[in-house]
Design a protein around this ligand. Sequence first.
Ligand code: PLP
Length: 364
Amino acid sequence: MFEPHPEHILLTPGPTPIHPRAQQALIRPMLGHMDPEVFALNSEIQADLRVMYGTEPQAFTALLAGTGSLGMEAGFANLVEAGDEVLVCANGSFGSRMAEMAGRYGARVRLVTAPLGEAIRPQDVAAHLDGVNMVAVVHGETSTGVLNPVPEIAELVRGSGALLTVDAVTTAGMEPFHMAEWGVDYAYTGAQKCLSAPPGLAPIAVSERAFARFSARRTKVPLWYCDLEGLRDYWVDHTYHHTVPVNLHFAFHAALRAALEEGLVERQRRVALLGQAITQTLAPLGFSHYVERPQDRLPTVLALRLPDGFDDAGIRQALRRREISVTGGLGPTAGVIWRLGLMGESAHPAPYRALMVALEDLLG
Ligand code: PLP
């Protein structure tokens, strides 16, 4: 029988441990998805999301009933029409996922790439902007621990007339994200990442410019479930679209409130300090930064190159037996790196202290 350990230490790059306030909120008595109290709660979520993403006052925000990938898919489904030119920045698995999805919605996809472990170069984006309808970029590429230069890319895109879609899955709520100031048109994340809410919700933000572009579509959105018009019916006009997962909304509301109460700047500081401490502590054991340039390092997913001769799978299994979960590389970086999650509730000293003690024991 499945019996989860009460004190499992989850240090993966998502999901993160659920915030205690979100855990409490999950078990509130159920209300109907059309209940006035749920609409009031939803409005608070929408307002808090505007703060988290740094949007214009009128930007449309909502929760999609699905994971971060649904946030990604909804952006292409709503804002791309067949034949549109979409420039995708792809320097890891999630950039490649964006390119795959854009193609499935009929886009003509142009790729700007960078070697694994390196950030996208804004000048490469500038060189391919002619005739582009949308630029899509992953802010924090979880597969390699790289932070792409979204503000610099946004500055280039702003003058071009293209929309800018940003995957904020490992950044929003923990790292600086200024949608209106930067000129981002569509952003999404997953509830289970920096906010430490349960998985199953994708918070999105849509700029007024993007909504106008959506409203001028020539064709229907192929994905009925996430059509922005239908979502607006529910989130703004309070008419039925689909049955939202109310208990997940309760938990998400509590987690987002807790994040904003702590303060986004304070959360950035917490991650930065912890990342430094972990790297310094693991250096004598032979771990080193995978991403060479300090400015390209994603603070929320610490990608560390493994020591020579390190038994990656064996050590992670041994840690798992001690109720500590750590994630290795993905695809080409499997066996080369570990990716330590420093998002939300995983970004605290105590769980990492437990990892250090266990590692010293296993390696020493
Ligand atoms: N984008 C990035 C940067 C991610 O890290 C992930 C998941 O790890 C996703 C998208 C997809 O999110 P999900 O697994 O919640 O569908």
